[in-house]
Design a protein around this ligand. Structure first.
Ligand code: G4P
Length: 530
């Protein structure tokens, strides 16, 4: 199969949701329908269930399995599906945002009882920023949820996206009977007690099929007829280009737990979801069908095995063919590298691959040369965009509690921040280490991992700054004066870019007024072009 055929048959996407909406369950059911696993329960949840920060063992356990579930690939009807997992916990939102840069589309899961929730809104904002195509799965129809019409209205209004239902629920809660496919005009029955897939997939003929009436009962059938008639004209007509541009989301109803409605979603997904799209680099747009390989790192997992200190960098292939043992050019370090055992993940197993194509996400074993945002090519000087660092709002100073272990502490802080768990800022004099995060939980994880993986004890002392903002000046004389006067509030990130620690929003305003050429930036790219 040539490069173009390989590209055409790939679909790389993420399932996103507010925690507990059913992301893990839906992922598992897609794997089940795709034949990648044979029993439910094979994919364990990659999430920190309770927000209990004391539950470190749980965090560790989750971290271990989250490598296996970071990407899951399977073939379905000749299409290679790559699902990228995202952590559900809001304190790890940055990791999720980075993962969203590596997908071509997303499936958003909504809990029918809760509707749009806080994380749903935030995640959709990121999708909108990147014009990512979105499909929506309204889950838990077997529970007494909100009215489907109200849910669709809520989605449209709160997520600022047009919606078109592709399926419609027949009843809900204790009366849930299945989902009706508006386009194919058949119904997939809800059969909670069945475990055999062929029974689960029992479909009826169209709405006049006597079997349907017998199964759902006259009342629900009447309601279904009325409601589906109402949907015509009420919602935007489906247009694939609007979906691909991120303006319109096809909506599916179902119950992931009971396998209902999942197949409709999967079948439509492989039909309309986009194959790998061009990737933006600072230098130029890179098309997947270019023969020269290129790819970038969007996620790092350190210390998979604490005894060996190895890490795994996750790379999205953007163009050409990645080959095992071939020399590739690391554009930040400006040197060649090769990888002898690149890994692919199929369901929950890992295997070495010889080749990977655009859209694929592979794991590269690394001993410290790769950072989030790094680009690999066949020689061209490229830097992919879109792996941002966000302005952290929680800042703490690392205070060493065991001077004999300062080397370990330095190494640990450096490696954990390379992993993207938090951002590191250095302040002179004294090389003060300040770490910034978007959530409290990361501090606990960092402290715990420093102690257990590096043997380094530290305190993370809260600082009163409200934000760390990157800054630039158009006028060098202003920069000089600002740097002198505000030295105690300036530190440098890992790429040596200056950041300003703001003590209040008011302070930010004062600085803007005092220095007309000063510009604050809420996000910095995690690499610099040099
Ligand atoms: P998440 O990854 O989005 O956080 O959600 P997850 O799939 O773990 O699902 C959260 C809870 O919702 C789980 O229950 C799961 O069984 C349940 N769930 C998922 N889909 C459905 C559905 O279609 N109907 C109903 N009624 N429940 C559903 P749990 O009790 O928190 O966990 P578990 O012990 O069942 O794993």
């Amino acid at each position: 199969m040539g490069l173009n055929d390989e590209i055409k048959r790939r679909r790389t996407f993420a399932i996103i949701s507010h925690p507990d909406a059913g992301k893990t369950t839906l992922t598992e059911k897609l794997l089940l329908f795709g034949g990648a696993i044979h029993v439910a329960g094979a994919v364990r949840s990659n999430k920190i269930r309770k927000t209990a920060t004391s539950d470190f063992l749980e965090i560790e356990k989750q971290r271990g399995i989250s490598v296996a579930t970071s990407v899951m690939s399977f073939d379905y009807k000749g299409i290679k599906i790559n699902i990228l997992d995202t952590p559900g916990h809001k304190d790890f939102a940055e990791d999720t945002y980075r993962t969203l840069t590596a997908v071509d589309s997303v499936i958003l899961v909504i809990d029918s009882v809760k509707g749009v929730e806080e994380q749903t809104r935030r995640l959709m904002e990121v999708c909108r920023m990147r014009a990512t195509p979105v499909m929506i799965f309204i889950n838990k129809m077997d529970r007494e949820g909100k009215d489907p019409f109200d849910l669709l209205e809520e989605l449209g209004e709160e997520l600022h996206i047009a919606v078109t239902p592709f399926t419609w629920p027949a009843g809900m809660g204790s009366n849930f009977k299945g989902v009706y496919n508006i386009f194919k005009k058949n119904i997939q029955l809800y059969t909670p007690e069945k475990s055999n897939l062929s029974e689960l997939l029992m479909e009826t003929g169209d709405i006049s099929d006597p079997m349907l009436k017998e199964y759902v009962g006259p009342e629900i059938l009447r309601q279904l007829l009325e409601e589906t008639e109402l949907t015509t004209g009420l919602y935007e007509t489906f247009q694939k280009n609007l979906y691909l541009e991120g303006y319109l989301a096809p909506v599916f109803f179902g119950s992931a737990l009971n396998n209902t409605g999942v197949l409709e979603l999967l079948e439509t997904f492989i039909e309309i979801a986009p194959p790998p799209t061009p990737s933006e680099s600072y230098e130029r747009a890179v098309s997947p069908d270019e023969t020269d390989f290129s790819g970038y790192i969007f996620k790092i997992h350190a210390n998979l095995d604490p005894r060996h200190r190895n890490r795994m960098a996750f790379m999205r292939v953007c163009s050409g063919v990645f080959e095992r043992n071939k020399m590739f050019y690391h554009t930040r370090l400006k040197r060649k590298m090769r990888f002898s055992s690149p890994a692919e993940f199929i369901a929950n197993t890992r295997s070495t691959i010889d080749e990977a194509y655009p859209g694929d996400v592979i794991g590269l074993y690394d001993t410290g040369s790769l950072k989030i945002g790094d680009t690999l090519t066949e020689g061209e000087f490229l830097h992919f965009r879109g792996v941002p660092n966000f302005a952290p709002e929680l800042l703490r100073e690392v205070i060493n509690r065991d001077p004999s272990k300062s080397k370990q502490l330095d190494k640990g802080v450096r490696q954990l921040t390379d992993e993207g768990l938090a951002q590191l800022f250095l302040q002179q004099p004294g090389n003060r280490k300040i770490i910034g995060t978007v959530g409290e939980l990361q501090f606990d994880v960092i402290k715990f991992r420093l102690e257990h993986e590096y043997g380094a004890l530290c305190d993370l002392q809260p600082l009163t700054y409200v934000k760390a903002l990157w800054f630039t000046f158009d006028d060098p004389s202003e920069l000089k004066e600002f740097s002198n006067r505000k030295a105690s509030l300036i530190a440098y990130d890992k790429d040596n870019a200056p950041v300003f620690f703001a003590e209040s929003e008011w302070m930010i305003k004062i600085m803007r007024d005092a220095y007309p050429s000063l510009r604050f930036h809420k996000a910095a790219e995690s690499f610099r072009i040099s």
